[in-house]
Ligand binder design. Structure first.
Ligand code: FES
Ligand code: FES
Length: 171
């Protein structure tokens, strides 16, 4: 057992665990942050995606010992049920979730994109979201939700978009 000091969603946490424990397990089991999900445990589905500083990572592949000083951000830090963040609201408005298992990871992957690019093209959205899989097959609604969030952010604070521009399909 080793003691690790983590900063998650802006708050400090101390955990005692083995150095090779995946960050995903620490978030879920030690910190009770259950937004990030265990899907494959192999870096192949993206259900566990969180942000480490400015990069989206698959937290099932990140040993807690390599996190160090980097800021961890999870879907819990983006908003609440009463006050969802822009991406969370867009996913609700586009009804992007079916079972919802992939959604926290999708939102964190999209967070990375929208922090890198204020006005991504539909092709850029599609390519960026590719590592994250949805078993329910709501990909087109997910792409529309990211488009909606990008349009809202691009329009500036206080705007509300009724954009129906799609990422390329009508599903
Ligand atoms: Fe991490 Fe699937 S659970 S990529
Ligand atoms: Fe069920 Fe994506 S909504 S896996």
């Amino acid at each position: 057992m080793t003691t690790f000091n983590l900063r998650v969603n802006g708050k400090p946490h101390t955990v005692d665990t083995d150095a090779d424990t995946p960050l995903l397990y620490v978030l879920r089991n030690d910190l009770q942050m259950n937004g990030a999900k265990f899907g494959c445990g192999l870096g192949q589905c993206g259900a566990c995606t969180v942000m480490l500083d400015d990069a989206a990572v698959m937290s099932c592949l990140v040993p807690v010992s390599v996190v160090g000083e980097r800021a961890v951000r999870t879907v819990e830090g983006l908003g609440t049920a009463d006050a969802p963040g822009v991406l969370q609201r867009a996913f609700i408005e586009e009804q992007a979730a079916q079972c919802g298992y992939c959604i926290a990871g999708m939102i964190m992957r999209a967070t990375e994109l929208l922090e890198q690019s204020a006005a991504p093209t539909d092709d850029q959205i599609r390519e960026h979201m590719m590592p994250n899989l949805c078993r329910c097959g709501t990909h087109m609604r997910i792409l529309r939700a990211v488009r909606r969030a990008a349009d809202t952010m691009h329009a500036g604070p206080g705007s509300s978009t009724s954009s129906t521009s799609s990422a390329g399909a009508k599903a």
